[in-house]
Write a new protein. Structure first.
Length: 263
């Protein structure tokens, strides 16, 4: 398990399931432990794999709400690593600017040393074929809504790193959003943050151009709550910057409509 010690927070639910298998293969020996049920490492609810083998039954998971409360910085990080590799390969080309964006984001979030190790893991994962639906279903079941929205924001950032989001990349992110249980309204709101359009401010605030001034104000209050950085504070300070970027986009959209409508 020493290969995972560089991940700052304790890994919980992502130690099991398809995500655990992918990370295990990338790290070599851990993959054998995951496959054989040996090694005694802890998965999610605190029961070791050795203990589960002795029990001879499937783990008795707690409620979805309780499990989601366990999402840590480490869980988010490995989920992000895997989904990032899928988006980068969506158009058939691993553009250096996208790779540089990923590395830059890791450095900004985790510091140079941890980012270097994360990027090494990222490159190993990118050599695998990711069972996307299964991975996303594990994330959807175990990760809270605000953290999943943060994943979507990061994925669009990767796709836009080379100057534009290609149709292939957009379709891949749309597929991921569906598997993650992200609504079309949430998806379109985040997507609008990465496109230049006269309607972007309305889409970010999840309203139409026919919205009244009072509806715009109400939408802004709702979106400010939804995208407030405190929503992901359980993931650690390293992940709050991305949430702050979303929050600023909401503020910018509202200020734009204030100027256009004169209120």
């Amino acid at each position: 398990m020493s290969g995972l010690k560089w991940i700052g927070a304790t890994i919980g639910w992502s130690f099991g399931g398809p995500i655990g298998a992918i990370i295990g293969l990338a790290l070599g020996g851990l993959g054998d432990a995951l496959a054989s049920g040996k090694g005694g490492f802890t998965i999610g609810d605190g029961t070791s794999n050795d203990e589960r083998s002795q029990q001879g039954r499937r783990p008795n998971y707690r409620t979805q709400q309780q499990r989601r409360a366990q999402t840590t910085s480490g869980d988010f990080e490995v989920s992000l690593l895997i989904l990032a590799t899928v988006v980068i390969k969506a158009d058939g080309v691993q553009d250096q600017r996208e790779l540089d964006f990923v590395r830059k984001q890791f450095v900004g979030m985790y510091g140079k040393d941890r980012a270097n190790k994360a990027f090494e893991l990222f490159k190993k994962v990118s050599q695998q074929t990711v069972p996307l639906r299964q991975v996303c279903m594990q994330i959807q079941q175990m990760m809270d809504h605000s953290s999943r929205l943060q994943l979507m924001h990061f994925l669009f950032g990767i796709a836009k790193a080379d100057g534009m989001v290609t149709d292939d990349e957009e379709r891949q992110i749309f597929t991921i959003a569906g598997y993650l249980g992200v609504s079309s309204r949430d998806y379109n709101s985040i997507k609008a943050m990465f496109y230049n359009s006269s309607d972007n401010a309305y889409e970010i605030l999840e309203i139409t151009k026919s919205a009244t001034t009072s509806e715009i104000k109400k939408a802004y209050r709702n979106m400010a709550k939804k995208y407030h950085p405190d929503k992901v504070e359980h993931l650690g300070e390293e992940h709050k910057k991305g949430a702050e970027d979303k929050f600023k986009q909401v503020q910018k959209a509202y200020e734009q409509l204030q100027q256009e409508r004169g209120f």
